[in-house]
Design a protein around this ligand. Structure first.
Ligand code: ADP
Ligand code: MG
Ligand code: ZN
Length: 465
């Protein structure tokens, strides 16, 4: 179906009241309208929903939109309805609906009035739903948050793995549009492979968030770190911010400390009951509190445009997570400060958390942590490292908006020291952890060490390390 440019713009204006497309939206919409499989990679806030909503409104039949979070589905449907005068233009179908509600949805679908149906992956795995969908005219399938398909993504959902199987049962040749804000090449290839996208048109937007400032701070003693955080928040009085920590207990402790320092803060984690969580989330959105101290349970689908800072009290478990979590700052395009406290102990804590996982998961986790550590320890522009991680080239020498660009680290000659370290590791037959090796090289006494004497010759008479 060839769609003239003017008619697409007209449709955009008619249905959403917007005057122009953002980024790749127009090309994406043309691709899906022409019946091609389409793969959209666009950062959060880029305007992914419109890429399937507009073609859904313009096509005969109903588009099925697979969405991972039941809590967000209603939100999405309400939003679509707010643009339209007809309430039945969009519906959702998931386990929260009553029998009567499901009947109403089905009637609207059969009458052809509904253009978009949001479904949970679990909805698609039910045979009765598949049988029902087979009788409908389906325009295309949209898989939102498609990274949920991949174990390398930041929120893997096993039931996503069966999507293609279900889609094929509904109809063999349905065009699929997959959308994600995740850009790691590993996740991308998983999505294409698992949904069996047929030579898809791929649209990748830049992941650069030019308004975000990235900084790594060494994490020393707890009291000192808290002091630094309090000082930072006082400098940003009245502004909204999120602090991420590794565990529930720390969110509570830290929130208490902030409150004791005159900051309006609350904790948020999965151990709180749903009502309390919803309440605290609203307090943050409505600005009754300035700071939310949370585990990673907080944030997915949160659309607060004026979050001014995201502080990581612990290093995140992957660079992908870091990008998504910091991405919640500055969605309005204004200032966003992203500060991450980094210590080797926290890395060990992350490793410890994985101890009971199966080997393959541990290996995957360890690789993700290593990439985060490399980011934290790098002297290269933070933005460059992040974008490189997403397979994107960033050529500017000085981004001006990260600690490494603002205060370049002094370059030092370390060749000799590296040689000593390598010799020590080799003399220890690579059997020991880094702590142990460091202790030996630096000559720290170590009761566990039978090697000190053997290795001390390497360091003697050489420059101190
Ligand atoms: P994503 O899913 O990529 O995170 P959304 O689809 O939620 O992003 O869109 C983010 C915001 O951008 C929404 O407020 C949406 O209304 C707005 N938006 C999308 N497309 C346009 C456009 N063409 N013009 C103006 N605003 C747009
Ligand atoms: Mg979205
Ligand atoms: Zn930089």
């Amino acid at each position: 179906m060839a769609v003239a440019k003017v008619s697409l713009l007209d449709a955009l204006h008619e249905h959403f009241g917007f005057d122009s497309f953002k980024g790749n939206q127009e090309k994406i919409i043309k691709s899906i309208l022409s019946g091609k499989d389409t793969f959209v990679i666009m950062p959060t806030g880029g305007g992914k929903s419109l890429c399937y909503q507009l073609p859904a409104l313009m096509s005969p039949g109903v588009a099925l939109i697979v969405s991972p979070l039941i809590a967000l589905m209603k939100n999405q449907v309400d939003l679509v309805r707010s643009y339209s005068s007809k309430d039945n233009v969009a519906h959702f179908l998931n386990s929260t609906l009553t029998k009567a509600q499901i009947k109403k949805v089905r009637t609207d679908l059969q009458s052809g009035k509904t253009k978009m149906l949001y479904v949970a992956p679990e909805t698609l795995t039910k045979q009765e739903n598949i049988d029902f969908f087979r009788e409908l005219e389906i325009s295309f399938i949209a898989v939102d948050e498609a990274h949920c398909i991949s174990e390398w993504g930041h929120d893997f959902r096993p039931e996503y793995r069966r999507l293609k199987e279900m889609i094929d049962m509904i109809s063999a040749d349905l065009p699929i549009i997959a959308l994600t804000a995740t850009a790691t090449p590993k996740v991308q290839s998983d999505i294409v492979k698992n949904l069996e996208l047929r030579t898809p048109e791929v649209f990748i937007s830049s992941f650069n968030r030019p308004n975000l400032y990235y900084e790594i701070r060494p994490k020393r003693k707890k009291e000192q770190t808290i002091k630094e955080i309090v000082k930072f928040i006082h400098l940003h009085k009245g502004k909204s911010g999120i602090i991420y920590t590794l565990n529930r207990k720390t969110t509570e402790e830290l929130a208490d400390m902030l409150v004791a320092n005159g900051i309006k803060a609350v904790a948020y984690h999965a151990g709180l009951d749903a009502t309390t969580r919803a309440q605290r989330q609203d307090m943050f959105l409505l600005e009754d509190v300035e700071v939310i101290v949370a585990t990673i349970a907080f944030g997915m689908g949160i659309d607060k445009p004026d979050v001014r800072f995201v502080i990581h009290y612990n290093i995140p478990k992957s660079l992908e997570n870091y990008y998504q979590e910091t991405g919640r700052a500055g969605r309005d395009g204004l200032e966003g400060n992203c500060i991450c406290f980094y210590s080797y102990q926290d890395v060990q804590k992350l490793e410890h958390l994985m101890r009971d996982k199966p080997l393959s998961e541990r290996e995957m986790g360890a690789q993700l942590i290593n990439e985060t550590v490399a980011y934290a320890e790098s002297a290269v522009c933070r933005r460059k490292v992040i974008l490189h991680y997403f397979g994107e080239k960033y050529e500017t020498e000085d981004c001006g908006k990260c600690d490494n660009c603002r205060n370049p680290k002094e370059k030092i000659e370390v060749k000799n020291r590296v040689v000593i370290a390598l010799k020590a590791i080799s003399a220890l037959e690579e059997r020991f952890g880094s702590d142990y090796v460091v202790n030996i090289i630096t000559g720290k006494s170590n009761p566990r060490s039978p090697h000190s004497a053997t290795i001390s010759w390497m360091c003697s008479g050489k420059e101190g390390v």
